[in-house]
Design a binder for this molecule. Structure first.
Ligand SMILES: C[S@@+](CC[C@H](N)C(=O)[O-])C[C@H]1O[C@@H](n2cnc3c(N)ncnc32)[C@H](O)[C@@H]1O
Length: 434
């Protein structure tokens, strides 16, 4: 198994990356891409010798040439986790020269079937007015009105004509709509709702009624815990907030701001990061690539008012969201800045009169990783511990190798199945001075 859920196969001496296959299988494959000299791409269309890990995909759209959303609907969940573990192990071995056995931990879920978990999704409009997901490595939108990994609230919305023909559905073919499963509290009662945004910069809302489907939100309604002003076409609420709660702490999210897509992911990662960081009262902690301030908030609780947290994030909307959610933690300094070698080097000092060093650092970079230069700038502060949250095992391995050059070694690694049915895996790595 290579990265991205592709099996490495050989045909006539050439490497072929095969989708829809599993290690050990013999398949008939249709070549889909011959544009590279060194390798081709293919889809397994017929399984001649099946792996014992193979199952019938629960989703009708997880087929060659169809939806590109899931990679591994055709494998048991247990096999998916074993394969993710081998991908992390291989990356560490090949790129960082480290031998380490990895176990991928499942997340708490009502049913561990890998379905109905995804609470945040981006769909696009199909030519005939429905919504769907993109085909693998393609702009083509495949109708997925019955997406099986979508949270039931999202599934209800994308299959409902009230939404699809309503004033807020995407108008143009290919136009995207972001959906988030949330709760609506109005007049003292809470009901399931879905917030959506078609890129207007604000969330709108539909309430889900168990008896007869969707209801555009009435003007006096509010989102989450607070009443809000609403207006707009057909009684659809505008400018509502999406509020995520982790351990009783609320995070207020503007559209487009990063938040994990599995409902148990944020709490699971907070637990793992907090335990790995072991920040103590009075310490200075960094949160790089801090998004809406998830880790900064819990680091701030750990270091307390005698300590401080410096968070750095380039998305202004995320920094605004964090500022509102962490207003009760004034010892968090939120910096609306790109993480670069220069900004990380200058984190402490200059206009920062408090001085002192960095005790603990958390970083949660995008898929490309932090990079050698940022790692070097960060480790020049000599934190006693670094917790690296990684959504890409190869980027993690590159940055672990860069850390080794600065005298830091990998002392712990946990991996989590935040994205069942896909080949994605999330790691929480601890680095300490060697
Ligand atoms: C994987 S998210 C992590 C967010 C947060 N830690 C969380 O768990 O919700 C990565 C974040 O890095 C931000 N980002 C990407 N490149 C960046 C850069 N060069 N400097 C600062 N932030 C960046 C993105 O906007 C995003 O919010």
């Amino acid at each position: 198994m290579a990265h991205h859920g592709l099996c490495v196969a050989r045909a006539d001496g050439r490497v072929v990356f095969v989708r829809h296959a599993l290690p050990g299988e013999r398949v008939l494959a249709r070549i889909t891409d011959v544009s590279h000299d060194r390798y081709w791409r293919a889809d397994a269309t017929e399984i001649l010798v099946a792996s014992p890990d193979r199952v019938e995909p629960p989703c009708p759209h997880a087929r060659p040439g169809q939806c590109g959303g899931c990679d591994w609907q055709h494998a048991t969940l247990d096999a998916q986790r074993r394969l993710k573990a081998t991908v992390v192990e291989d990356s560490l071995r090949r790129i960082a020269g480290l031998e380490r056995a990895v176990r991928v931990e499942p997340l708490p879920a009502k049913a561990d079937d890998g379905l109905g978990w995804r609470t945040r999704m981006r769909f696009a409009r199909t030519p005939d007015g429905g919504v769907g997901l993109r085909a693998h490595r393609s702009h083509q939108v495949v109708a997925t009105p019955d997406c099986r990994i979508a949270h039931p609230s999202l599934a209800q919305v994308i299959a409902d004509p009230v939404f699809l023909q309503g004033p807020a559905a995407p108008e143009r073919t290919g136009q995207a709509v972001d959906l988030v499963a949330t709760k609506l509290t109005a007049s003292g009662t809470t009901s399931d709702a879905v917030a959506f945004s078609t890129g207007s910069g604000s969330w709108q809302l539909v309430r889900l009624r168990p008896e007869d489907g969707l209801e555009p939100v009435a003007p006096e309604a509010g989102a989450a815990e607070e009443p809000v002003e609403v207006a707009g076409p057909a009684g659809v609420a505008e400018a509502v907030e999406v509020v995520e709660t982790v351990e009783g702490r609320s995070f207020r999210l503007e559209p487009g701001v990063f938040w994990q897509v599995h409902p148990a992911a944020a709490a699971t990662l907070v637990d793992a990061v907090r335990a790995a960081a072991a920040a103590a009262p009075g310490e200075t902690a960094l949160d790089l690539y801090s998004g809406a301030g998830l880790f900064a908030a819990f680091l701030a609780e750990a270091v307390g008012p005698t300590g401080r947290v410096i968070a750095m994030e380039s998305d202004e909307a995320a920094v605004r969201s964090a500022a509102r959610s962490l207003a009760d933690l004034p010892w968090v300094s939120l910096r609306s800045l790109r993480v670069t070698p220069a900004t990380v080097r200058g984190l402490i000092g200059g206009s920062d009169r408090q001085g002192g060093g960095v005790d603990v650092a958390v970083l949660d970079p995008p898929r490309t990783g932090a990079g050698r230069e940022v790692m070097a700038a960060l480790l020049a502060h000599r934190p006693r511990r670094v917790v690296y949250v990684a959504c890409d095992p190869a980027a993690l391995a590159r940055d672990v190798a860069a850390a080794a050059e600065e005298g830091y070694r990998l002392t712990a690694l946990r991996a989590f199945d935040l994205f069942p049915m896909t080949s994605h895996v999330e790691c929480v790595a601890t680095l300490e001075p060697a």
